[in-house]
Design a protein around this ligand. Structure first.
Ligand SMILES: NC(=O)c1ccc[n+]([C@@H]2O[C@H](COP(=O)([O-])OP(=O)(O)OC[C@H]3O[C@@H](n4cnc5c(N)ncnc54)[C@H](OP(=O)(O)O)[C@@H]3O)[C@@H](O)[C@H]2O)c1
Length: 245
């Protein structure tokens, strides 16, 4: 259980989409820091939420991560909630030998960056009486889309890492919550907004994430993510056909 007030929260990728909705939901009762690459998007986020602390940081860049972390250690030593939300996907054709460019980009943003940030922040988080790490993954962990194969593989790696980390921290005051989001209607689907009308809103996704954190949930599979897990268990081939159809 984690109370959702008086925390100091770092949300990666908090300048739009689910991250910004999380910041909006938390800002009244918590100190909220968001990071992203685009100064312009961060400026717009701050215009909407004046109390927001913004940091320009490409989380895939080790030097930028280091300087963000040293600023956080100096300015926000009370940081106790890390939300690894920044994510992105690169289309790939697995039959094209050049597809490894997508592999590198997808793994860097969706797996290596959150793991590196977590490892570097753990000493600080472990000093707090209560702390939490929230990893945002996807229902595609269970039923991957071939045209986003490396994004799905990176999220599956983050899913596995979240379980190992939770085990490693089992006797500590740091909890690990993974939220496997279903389709959310954000700019994540650049140029190809989800045609599926059942996409949830960023605000609803943020509400679900925070409900999970507050309740001490280990893994949360809202809506279709729960369905994907069961379909993978009961009829994996049909599940893959449904997702890739
Ligand atoms: N939308 C969906 O349908 C869906 C479904 C399942 C899971 N998810 C997951 O939910 C999370 C949030 O997705 P979203 O839909 O809110 O995405 P979004 O609307 O595209 O927002 C992504 C955020 O991440 C930031 N970002 C991207 N690359 C970054 C980098 N290298 N360093 C720092 N920040 C970076 C972006 O800002 P800059 O561009 O300025 O860096 C932006 O603030 C992601 O982990 C995604 O994989 C989304």
């Amino acid at each position: 259980m984690m109370k959702l007030s008086e925390n100091t929260v770092l949300i990666t990728g908090g300048s739009e989409g689910v991250g910004l909705a999380l910041a909006r939901a938390l800002i009244a009762n918590n100190r909220v820091i968001v990071c992203g690459r685009s100064e312009e998007k961060l400026r717009r986020a701050k215009a909407q939420l004046p109390g927001l602390h913004t940091e320009v940081c490409d989380v895939t860049d080790a030097a930028q991560r280091d300087s963000l972390l040293s600023r956080l250690r100096g300015d926000f030593p009370e940081l106790n909630l890390l939300i690894n939300n920044a994510g992105g996907k690169w289309p790939c054709d697995l039959l094209d030998p050049a597809c490894s460019a997508a592999l590198v980009a997808d793994m860097a943003l969706n797996f290596t960056a959150p793991v590196a940030l977590t490892s570097q922040l753990l000493p600080l988080l472990r000093e707090r009486p209560r702390a939490a790490i929230v990893n945002i993954t996807s229902g595609l962990v269970y039923l991957p889309k071939a045209e986003q194969a490396f994004y799905c593989a990176a999220k599956a790696a983050l899913h596995s890492y979240s379980r190992s980390l939770r085990w490693a921290l089992r006797d500590s005051a740091v909890s690990v919550c993974e939220v496997l989001l279903p389709l959310v209607g954000t700019n994540f689907h650049r140029g190809r907004p989800p045609r599926n009308l059942r996409a949830i809103s960023a605000e609803r996704a943020a509400e679900l994430v925070l409900k999970g954190v507050a309740s001490g949930a280990r893994e949360l599979r809202p809506g279709k993510s729960a369905l994907a897990r069961w379909l993978d268990f009961l009829a994996p081939h049909r599940g893959l056909a449904a997702v890739n159809g």
